[in-house]
Design a protein around this ligand. Structure first.
Ligand SMILES: *Cc1c(COP(=O)(O)O)cnc(C)c1O
Ligand code: SF4
Length: 339
């Protein structure tokens, strides 16, 4: 095998481009293997059949940040299939975010004033157990399906849209050439002045922040915002720090959104630690989301009273700019609903 470092010395940009996709493909997809890597083989008998209907997927670099021998590791619990996912839970439904799946078929969600959201990709490098996506694996690569044009046409006809949000799935799952194609189309829309990217990739696979991606961002004549998704301080390691630093150097404002998850980050120490660690990486906390009530995720739910108490505890101990806004997505609302 030609290693990434050997390649890098020969052709830096080509090696960069190949590297993250290789790491993506090499992700752990077998729960038994994941447990073995973490010296937790004895838990194999407690795995649900067929991954409880939602494939396990986690990049090896993210597994390396998990503690060996700790079944309660906060990173492991985000990705390991659990028997609890099979428990029936009233109110937890397949379509937890309204008609999201149907509208996503057209690629563009225009719910909030001034901002349009494009489902740019259906893929993710990691499968998070609490995600609504577990029941709606969007078609692969909406962008590749020739829908760029349709999406851009929608944006062209509405001059009130000042910000385009790329979401998914994970929009950085697209190869950079695809992103360049999109931004060439955006260049014809003078009213769109901001590009926002919602992505978990710089956290779970920081190698995605490679030379071509940085060059694209750096050259983009728009204001650039990247909203990361990390739920626990342990997710941020020196590789993530370096990716964040390079993104900031390319003129990108970095924010983070988290989901409040029982047993993972539902205590004041964990949340304060996350905010502090994000800031050390040059990232400001933005939203703390109450869980979407999606079937299979009930065991992660934290009740509203406790969620409010946690935010209050953060207010007492952190500077205001390190306290995320606690919100819930409610179908039909004109904005995320503050709790
Ligand atoms: C969350 C969301 C946004 C962004 O909302 P902000 O409050 O600006 O972060 C935009 N469009 C849709 C459809 C969303 O779900
Ligand atoms: S990265 Fe985001 S969209 Fe993808 S599975 Fe995780 S929470 Fe869902």
């Amino acid at each position: 095998m030609i290693t990434a470092s050997t390649c890098a010395r020969i052709t830096p940009s080509a090696a960069d481009a190949a590297d993250w996709r290789q790491l993506w493909r090499e992700a752990v997809t077998d729960a038994g293997e994941l447990l073995a890597l973490l010296e937790l083989q004895h838990l194999a008998g407690r795995l649900p059949p067929a991954d409880a209907g939602f494939a396990l997927r986690v990049p090896r670099g993210f597994v390396a940040r998990m503690r060996r021998g700790d079944a309660r590791d906060p990173l492991l619990l985000q990705v390991l299939p659990q028997l609890a996912e099979l428990d029936p839970a009233p109110g937890f439904v397949a379509d937890a975010v309204g008609d999201m799946a149907a509208r996503a078929a057209h690629g563009v969600l225009h719910k909030y004033r001034g901002r349009a959201l494009l489902i740019a990709s259906g893929s993710c490098a990691v499968n998070c157990r609490y995600c609504f996506r577990r029941h709606f694996p969007y078609g692969e690569e909406i962008a590749a399906a020739g829908q760029w044009r349709q999406a851009l046409e929608h944006l062209r006809q509405d001059a009130s849209i000042g910000e385009l949000i790329l979401s998914g799935g994970d929009p950085l799952a697209l190869v950079t050439a695809k992103l360049e194609e999109l931004s060439r189309g955006l260049a014809e829309l003078p009213h769109v002045t901001r590009l926002r990217i919602h992505t978990r990739l710089p956290v779970v696979l920081p190698e995605r922040v490679d030379g071509p991606l940085l060059a694209w961002l750096d050259a983009l004549p728009l204001q650039k915002v990247l909203v990361l998704h990390a739920n626990h301080a342990n997710e941020i390691d020196p590789g993530v720090d370096a990716a964040c630093r390079q993104l900031r150097d390319a003129g990108v404002t970095l924010l983070n959104q988290s989901v409040l998850l029982r047993g993972i980050n539902d205590d004041a120490d964990a949340l304060a630690g996350l905010s502090e660690r994000l800031f050390a990486a040059g990232v400001l906390p933005y939203y703390l989301h109450q869980l979407d009530r999606v079937q299979g995720a009930a065991h992660f739910e934290v009740d509203d009273a406790r969620a409010r108490a946690l935010i209050e505890a953060l207010r007492q101990r952190l500077p205001g700019y390190l306290v995320p806004k606690l919100v819930r997505e409610v179908a039909g609302d004109a904005a995320k609903r503050p709790l």
